[in-house]
Structures are given as structure tokens and as C-alpha cells.
Design a binder for this molecule. Sequence first.
Ligand code: NAP
Length: 285
Amino acid sequence: MQNLMNIGIVGLGLIGGSLGLDLRARGYRVLGVSRREQNCQRASARGVVDDASVDPATLTTANVIFICTPLAAIIPTVEQLIPHLSPGTVLTDVGSVKAPVVEAIAPLWPNFVGGHPMAGTADSGIEAAQLDLFALKPYVLTPVAKTPEQACRTVEEIARSLQAKVYYCRPDDHDRAVSWISHLPVMVSAGLIAACMSETNSDVLALAQHLASSGFRDTSRVGGGNPELGVMMARYNRGELLRSLQHYRHNLEVLIDLIEQEDWTALEQQLKSNHLARPQFIQRD
Ligand code: NAP
């Protein structure tokens, strides 16, 4: 029965395109909506969609629609789409911040389930779309009290069909959690790169650039990524990001104090406790 569903995707970039590839591979019929005719043709050629159009009215027959635009465009896109929707259509989005999106859309369209597939690459656009991007990755759903259970079940079923691991939480809790493990690391890593570039001795800077290896590659990766994504995180998750950055600043000051005081025992204790804590974030069952 589920394979007869029509699934709409608005915004045929990395996430929308990857969703289209996976959903078609699982037998769903995928209808894409893009802002540009050229992108519709590209999406068809890449096998991302069964049909694509620049006209949102083509989604009237969709049972479920994924909004896959950048965060700033999610709410205006839903507002544009609503006049064309059938009342039973389930809407969901893939934005990486949930509270402001859910607060704005839930009153406009009761059959809306906030979502965040936590998978991506450093690239963007339809060319970056890839099969199985979401397999074994978390897919967070953030319903609110009034969200119909059937709508959650429908989106959950689709997410599970992508082999993603589904988690439910409140939108606020999602935003606080991703601030710790995604948005704070971007800012910390950005600060690291900027600090290295503040080296005033050009010979030493060039030497550091030659010597940089896997440690620097790991710690600088997210801070040297797509600037637009970093700005979106800061704009839309500002409160939680500031809160986690302030905790981070406090922890940095503690480390500075320990080193200034040459308190190697306390420093070692702190590093031992971090060594034990890290696997709790990165080990998967
Ligand atoms: P992307 O590759 O840039 O794709 C976004 C697509 O949205 C574009 O290809 C474009 O498609 C459309 N779009 C761009 N600007 C728009 C505008 N002003 N109005 C309407 N549509 C617009 O970005 P993405 O990485 O797929 O991110 C899309 C969403 O996924 C974001 O909300 C992001 O928070 C979320 N997300 C991203 C990642 C990640 O790692 N990248 C991970 C999880 C969630 P058309 O040209 O076809 O219109």
C-alpha cells in the first residue's frame, strides 16, 4: 500500500535529491518541485524524480510532501504551497533547526511533522545527491501535542524505509541537543582556524600549514565548511548556540587556568574524564 504513495519534494538539492533517489528506489512515486526548469530536467535525468515541475500546484496529488529548501525558505515555501494542498496531505520538512519552523507551520497546517534527517556531505545542489545518504543515520521527528498520530506514523514509516534510525523529541530539545553536537562544533572549529591564521610570523604559519595532518583535518573540517550553513545555524538556533558557546568559553577558561597554574594533576583528571565521555557521543549500537 505504502509503495502507491505519491511523495512530493520541494527543493531539489543535496537533501531533497538524495531523498528522491532513495524513495524512488523503494517504489514510491516522487514528484519534485524546483524554482528552475533546468533543475527539473537535471533531477529527471539523474533519476531523482518521476516528474518535476516549477509549479507547486502539481503537488495536489501528493500524499506526503518533504520541504527541502534552506531554512530561511521553509516557512514561505509552505505558505505558497498551502492553497494547492489536499486536506489530508502530510507535510514535513528537513531543516536542521526545529523550534522556529514548527512554531510557525504547526498552526498553518495541522498535518505537519517537523523532521531532521541527520545526514549530509560538504557539497550542495542536485549534483551532490546520493543514494543511501540516510541509511543508519538518525532521523529526528519533532511532533507537538496537536500533531495527528497518523501523520507521525506516515513520516516515521518513510524514514524507516530509508533505513534511518528514528528518534522523537520536542523541537526545543532537538535544538538544544544539536547545538551541543553540531552547531557548537562548527563555531569552535571556525575559531580554531581563525586562531591559527592569527600567527604573525609568516614562516611559522607556512610551516604549520605544511605540518598540518589528520588531527588538524579532523578538528577543522566542520569549521571550514559551507559558510551559509554556519550562518543559518547561528541565525535560527541563536539562543541555544550562544548558551553552548558560553559553556564552552567557561571550559576553555578552566583549561587556561590549569595550564597557567601548572596544575598538571587536575588537567590530567579533566582529560581522563573527557577520554571516558567521548565514546558516549560517537559509539553507535
Ligand atoms: P542545497 O543542496 O542547497 O539544496 C536546497 C535546495 O533548495 C536548492 O537546491 C534549491 O532547489 C532550493 N532553494 C534554494 N534557495 C531557495 C529559496 N530561496 N527558496 C526556495 N527554494 C530554494 O541544501 P541542502 O543541504 O539540501 O539543505 C536543504 C535543507 O536540509 C536545509 O533546510 C538544511 O537545514 C537541511 N539539512 C541539511 C543537511 C546538510 O548536511 N546539508 C543535513 C540535514 C538537513 P531548487 O533549485 O530545486 O529550487
